[in-house]
Design a protein around this ligand. Structure first.
Ligand SMILES: Nc1ncnc2c1ncn2[C@@H]1O[C@H](COP(=O)(O)OP(=O)(O)OP(=O)(O)O)[C@@H](O)[C@H]1O
Ligand SMILES: [Mg+2]
Length: 508
């Protein structure tokens, strides 16, 4: 295994103190530089990364493995180099940990090159600036916040609003058609999810162009802090040496910041705002700036960002926002209404959504959709106080249009088939735009809202319902007649937004 290869330039040291993951080591001859990797314990199993030189004889490091069994006076070997991971075509279809050991129970790598995980971002002159759209097949994203090829997109959301599901769906939709290499990096999330994803990808037959790297929540902070760098090093190899496009998926970049916070705390640094490390900005930009487009290839990255306590002003979320070219915000309210993917179109944005890039028609439509949804959001207060009947006929039309748009922008996912019972749908940008345009033109005014819910292209609405029952009427009927309501809901698959949700247009 690559991580366990022999020591290069032995220079013995001795452990002075061990406090959790923090290890102080004394070296009498040569003091190892920052980022050197030290090995201690049985067969050098305990791996320590030097983070500070305390004085002429002592260094302080963080263990990247559990420190069980480590004791004062034990010998420490300086490997003479930084943390390294294998790169090359051999790593395709394999699963690794932060040290570059294979963890998919397959045979160890036979031939490989090792590369340091600490690399500088590409210089300004080598960066490319072309803007191209990256289609995902997910209506809400392609229409309202198109992703950039070679850009960075963030999926923001609190706990359990569907970040992982959306990310997995994007992998599903893109990896098959993407000619390049995909790298999945799991940072500090559930181990189970890594295993599930591996098997899903294997079944889908896309593993040959994929690499997975995991430092999940069971691992020490040092390992979670470095696993992102390990994945990026592999991505950079494919971009710079093989000149291929790389799709880098990270779940979850917040855990990288959190691991940095733990490391910083262990090293005795004074915490900054809300307990975050004072170096959060530099740590994050050192990682994010390596994700870049160059003249040889592009790294497109999609990152899930956990938002602590749904607070979007949290420093971790704010810092991450500033690195992204598209931010997709998932809202708990929508998730609770069953409107999946729970994307909040009014809070999400993309710098690609300009007429010069997406074209005048797409831009105009996206603006119209946003305007309609924003008007509906404003009218919601009035509706909840006075009832929909008090609105002017124009406003009522806006509400009807907005609710149909909201439903049309939901989509059944391939990856959620087990719990929704619906087959996934991939929708082309053209179909998605077409549907939105026709809804804005009131072509679907006479269709019940549910006909537009969880469908793919707009033509499926025709098959799902017969025109004739107008919204407001059908909603009030459903409300006054509980039997009709339950019939209505029983005929649909979960998650079901309508009965209670339809009521929110009338709550008084
Ligand atoms: N598109 C969807 N369709 C149907 N259900 C969904 C969808 N997205 C999310 N869900 C539901 O929400 C649950 C949580 O989703 P997910 O695990 O993706 O959340 P998360 O944001 O990654 O949470 P965490 O922060 O805990 O990792 C899923 O198990 C599923 O029940
Ligand atoms: Mg998740």
């Amino acid at each position: 295994m690559p991580g366990q290869e022999s020591v290069k330039t032995p220079s013995p040291g001795a452990i002075v103190s061990v406090r959790g993951s923090v290890v102080d080591v004394r070296f009498d001859e040569h003091l190892p530089p920052i980022y050197s990797v030290l090995r201690a314990g049985d067969q050098g199993r305990i791996i320590i990364e030097v983070l500070a030189q305390l004085d002429a004889r002592h260094v302080r490091g963080i263990a990247l493995t559990p420190t069980q069994g480590l004791a004062r006076g034990m010998a420490v070997q300086d490997t003479g180099g930084p943390l390294e991971v294998p790169v090359g075509n051999e790593i395709l279809s394999r699963m690794f940990d932060v040290f570059g050991n294979v963890i998919d129970r397959g045979a160890p790598l036979s031939k490989f090159e090792l590369r340091s995980v600490h690399q500088a971002p590409p210089p300004l002159a080598r960066r490319s600036t072309k803007s191209e759209i990256f289609e995902t097949g997910i209506k809400a994203i392609d229409v309202l916040m198109p992703l950039e090829r070679g850009g960075k997109a963030g999926l923001f959301g609190g706990a359990g609003v569907g970040k992982t599901v959306l990310l997995t769906e994007m992998i599903h939709n893109m990896v098959g058609q993407h000619e390049g290499v995909s790298i999945f990096c799991g940072i500090g999330e559930r181990c189970r999810e890594g295993q599930e994803l591996y098997h899903q990808m294997k079944e889908a037959g896309v593993l040959p162009n994929m690499v997975m790297v995991f430092g999940q929540m069971n691992e020490p902070p040092g390992a979670r802090f470095r696993v992102g760098h390990a994945a990026l090093t592999m991505a950079e190899y494919f971009r710079d040496d093989e000149h291929r496009d790389v799709l880098l998926l990270i779940d979850n970049i917040f855990r990288f910041i959190q691991a940095g916070m733990e490391v910083s705390g262990l090293m005795g640094q004074m915490p900054s705002r809300l307990g975050y490390q004072p170096t959060m900005g530099t740590e994050l930009s050192r990682l994010e700036e390596r994700i870049a487009n160059t003249d040889t290839g592009a790294i497109t990255s999609i990152q899930a960002v956990y938002v602590p306590a749904d607070d979007f002003t949290d420093p971790a979320a704010v810092h991450t926002f500033s690195h992204l070219s598209a931010s997709i915000v998932l809202s708990r309210k929508r998730a609770s209404e069953g409107l999946f993917p729970a994307i909040d179109p009014l809070q999400s944005n993309s710098k690609m959504a300009t007429p010069g890039i997406v074209g005048a028609r797409h831009y105009g439509l996206a603006q119209d959709i946003r305007r309609t949804l924003a008007q509906y959001a404003q009218l919601k207060d009035i509706i909840s106080m006075l009832g929909i009947e008090q609105l002017s006929p124009e406003d009522r039309n806006v509400v009807a249009r907005a609710r149909r748009l909201e439903r049309f922008l939901t989509q059944p996912f391939f990856t959620t088939r087990q719990f929704t019972g619906l087959d996934g749908k991939l929708v082309s940008l053209e179909d998605a735009l077409d549907g939105c345009e026709r809804i804005l033109r009131d072509e679907f005014k006479d269709y019940p809202e549910s006909a537009l819910y969880m469908i793919g292209a707009i033509k499926e609405a025709k098959g799902k319902a017969k025109p004739g029952s107008s919204t407001v009427e059908s909603e009030s009927k459903a409300r006054s007649d509980p039997a009709a309501k339950s019939r209505h809901s029983a005929s649909r698959t979960k998650p079901q937004p309508t009965p209670e949700h339809a009521g929110d247009a009338h709550e008084s």
